[in-house]
Every structure is written in structure tokens, then in C-alpha cells.
Design a protein around this ligand. Sequence first.
Ligand SMILES: [Zn+2]
Ligand SMILES: [Zn+2]
Length: 380
Amino acid sequence: MEPQREWFEKDYYKILGVAEDASASDISKAYRRLAKELHPDANPGDSAVEDRFKEVASAYDVLGDSSKRKAYDDVRRLGPMAGAFGPGGPGGPGAAGGFNLNFEQMGDLQNLFGGLFGRRRRPGDTGQRGADIETEVKLDFADAVSGATIAVPVTGEARCRTCEGLGAEPPARPQPCPTCSGTGVTEENQGLFSFSRPCTACAGRGVVIDEPCSACRGRGVEHRRREVKARIPAGVTDGQRIKLKGRGGPSQGPGAQPGDLYVRISVKPHRLFGRDGKNLTLSVPVTFSEAALGAHVKVPTLDDSTITIRIPPGTTTGRRLRIPASPSTGGADLIVEVEVVVPEHLSDEQRAAVEAFAAAPGDDPRPHLRRKTSDHGESS
Ligand SMILES: [Zn+2]
Ligand SMILES: [Zn+2]
């Protein structure tokens, strides 16, 4: 919507909840109260509040500035004229009430909103969305377990550093298109109706560039290698893809969004540790006597220190012991899987000890496998 028409159609006093003769300090008080209440940080993801916040900011941008406020009051007063002809119609901009809009300030406002919300698409928005990019990073095992912030190298189209993506040869900057006053659309009045179409002078961009940037020939993008900081969450697995919204290829032209960056994670395997979901796993061999009598066993941790774990008496192969998460386990629970090792060769002393064990009375481990007499069918 063009600024003049927006001024005519919107009641900024009502939006700020103040009287039309409110003092400047009442207006700024009302604005501060609403801005605090409606700020996007306080209402994340609520688009209705977001719209209201923008409305309030637009209203204050005008009413908070005494000269703009006076111009606005004029437009409101001369409203029917502005509505019938509109800018670009008979008399062109200025016919409605003898005011001039400061497009630089409008631009600032859009930048502010663009930064906060991402701009809505307007008729003059002819930009092209940036490309989605996928890249792979190799992650150390410990970083995958505990999460890490890494620099992801990306080679491809990036914002031109010479012109900061604006396309104009520094120090010049793109200027608002004089034909469409920076809106990207022109209107043609036919009787009571007006038709809007993309401005041909600026191809709907709303800006014109006198001298294109020599580095990117005005495209605003260049091919180069850059690094994108990425926060990798704890527990990421091999092959997982992480989406970094808006960190892909740059957009071209106004109103378009940059692409997304997808980082495919490849996790280097660890010599000792494995993973089971979010848990760390470690296989720990123990001797027969450690398993039978119980023992305290030292095992390595992810940060190259050691912890002592308790093997309870009577532990069998395959028993899983859970060690609660700690910094030395990378913040993951450690699942120790016990493996009872049977020696392949026995010394004489060992043999004698095991034979003594075998000779001692003990429980039969296989009662359930023994044939009962009734199973025989033909007993004695
Ligand atoms: Zn134009
Ligand atoms: Zn450039």
C-alpha cells in the first residue's frame, strides 16, 4: 500500500489509543506501553500480536514526529481528495495535501521490520528466493554426544562484500525509483478506478542503481567460501540433517528470503565408545572372579579421564549397568555392558583353584533342561 493511501486509511490515533488532540508526551507514553506489551520477544510466534506491533510502530513513526503528524492530520482532513486521485493521479504526489514523505525513513522502517519479522510480499516484490544448500560436516564423536558450536564451511553464492548485497558501486547506494516513488508499482487512474502494475522503470524493485557494483556487476552476490556458525545439539546421530533457516544462498531483489542451509552430520566412530539413542555405551570385560565376587573396575571416560564403577557380586555376561550422566560422559548416561571373560589357558595354580571351585557343592545352573522321570514314558 502506498504511504499516502495508508495514511488516509489508517487511524493512527485509534491504533495508539489516544485522542486526536493528545500531547506529544501522551503519545510517546502510549507507544512505549504498547511496544513493551506487544514486543515480538514477549510474544514469540504470535502473528496477530506481531501485526499489531507493526501497526503501532507505523503509527508512532508518524504521530511521534511533530512535522509528520501535522502532514498526517492534513491528509486525514483532505482524505476524500487523496482517495479519489491518489499519488500518481492528477497532480501526482503532493496533490493530496502538500506534504512530502521521507522515503529514507520509510526504508528504515522496512529494514527494522524486515529484521524482526521478515517482510511480507508486496506487489513490488520481485525478488528471487535464495537457493537451499546442503553440505556435510564431520563431527568428532565427543561433540556429537555433548553438542557443539562449529563453523560450517559453505562454498557458493554469498552476499557481495563490496556492495553489501545492495548492487550499487560504493559509496553510492540504490536510490528510491523516481517513477514509482520507491513503491515498485505504478497506478493508472481510469475514472473512479485505478490499476496498479509493476513499475517498468525499476522492474518493480522500487530502487534504481546508477552505477552497478563492479565486483558483482550489480547482482549483489558473489561466489566465495564463507563459514556459518552452527549450534549442533547434543545427541546428534550419524547421517542426521540439521536445518539452518536463512543461512543458505542469498536472495536477489527485494522482498525475497534467503535459502536454507542443510548440514548433514557424519559422526566419526570412537575407538571404545558406542551409542544407543542418547546414551553412551561401553563394553567392559571382567574376570570370572570379578563377576562372581563383585569388584570395583576403572573405566575410561569420553574426556580421557577415568571413573570407577561397581560390578555387583553375581553379575552375568550382558548385564547393563547405567552410570548417570556427568561432564566426563559428555552429559549422556553411560551404559556399561559387562562381558565375563573365560581364560583360554590356565596356569597350574589357576587350574587347581577352578577344580576346587568345581568340587565345592553349588546350585545346578540347568535344572530346567534336565529331563524329568515322567518325561521318559517308560520309567524303569
Ligand atoms: Zn519504479
Ligand atoms: Zn557487489
